[in-house]
Ligand binder design. Sequence first.
Ligand code: SF4
Length: 430
Amino acid sequence: MSHRAQTILYTLLMRDRYDVDVQWGLLFYLKTGNFIRVQSRHSEIRMILIQRNGIAFHNETKLTLPPMVKNQQTCRRCFSFSSCTVLHKLLEDGTPESSGIGDIFENATNHLNVTHAEFLRKWNRLLSLEQGDVVKFQNQIWTMLSSERQGSGNCLSNMILLEEQQQIEISEKPTAPAARSTSNYHSHLQKNKITFRIDKDEMSAGIARSRNNIIQLFRKDADGGDAKRRHLVVDLERPVFHPLVNFQLQDQHLNDDQRRAVEAVLTAKDYALIIGMPGTGKTTTIAHIIHMLVAQGKSVLLSSYTQFPSLLKRRFDYCIVDEASQITLPVCLGPIRYADVFVLVGDHNQLPPLVKNPKARRDGFDLSLFKMLSDRYPDAVASLTRQYRMNEDVMLLSNTLVYGNKLQCGTKEVADKVLKIPAMDHFRQH
Ligand code: SF4
């Protein structure tokens, strides 16, 4: 039934998108090789839209979920079964009786406890607060003139090609309002024929995906859940490190801090945290870590807050998240679930995660997973403190204001370095 409903919805979308009458859809089952022809009947469309409006009404007005249908047969075959039962149990204090599906509800949720309910409620509420502002922000892409958005730094407007036949990349997705530098579609365009706008959409990671990342923690493993991350992130179990054996650095130029960071990753059974203060060689250290892991035959997923895998099917031995202190916790959960061990690299003394809604920010939505875990287990953190960017006098400012004198100059040369400006007297006169 759900497949039929989905097909009918696609016929509606096709009508809307291409402005043609679409009466039929084809369902193809890969496993059996069967084609099924689905007619888009008016009565069925009406029923589907009534259901859809009911759900939208609950979401918009009550911030609650519609009641359970209380039918074992229907629920057993429902593709939302695991999420639905998790949400009923944790958000609504659901029981086998209130769910109306007895034992199958109990089996799907008997691993969940009060701590899990508090966690899900907190992050679900914060996501809902943020959602209001995100939707408003995303609507602006469609409703504001590019010149207005450009004024607030969110758009580049009136862009034209300066060279004939210059190759550019544009998105062919109907949801994309304008040109984007994504890798979907290559095109040769003629000079001055088309005017482009490029909009910034920091929220493209999406609230829905963030919410799904949270729910994922609470499903049973057999239902696509992630018990290991649940124990580490929600139950806050202490991370375990193996003893170090046969450790041979491949780059002998790493300093002691960088060496300890590499060791932390190589010995981590669960996760490692690396604080990379400014100019301390964070990228060099990450590159070395990847090099060593790959040399050991391990697979590594490297992710940063601008690139998240959404449709990965495979698993990795390690996931390294760069700039992890700038990512909200629900977003960070996305990539780390694809690997056995995760490594978060960041510096929570620099920029926190971007949060639009002031109340969500006040209530802690700007707490990154990186900061949460490093506050809880400071002994699991490897700090890169020897920097090579500022001389001693310049470093003094950030050291005094932010870093509690933990920053050091990497070498005496760095500490003493000064910029010699010729004809200084000339500058002084002006
Ligand atoms: S599992 Fe939940 S969503 Fe699915 S049919 Fe049952 S009540 Fe509805």
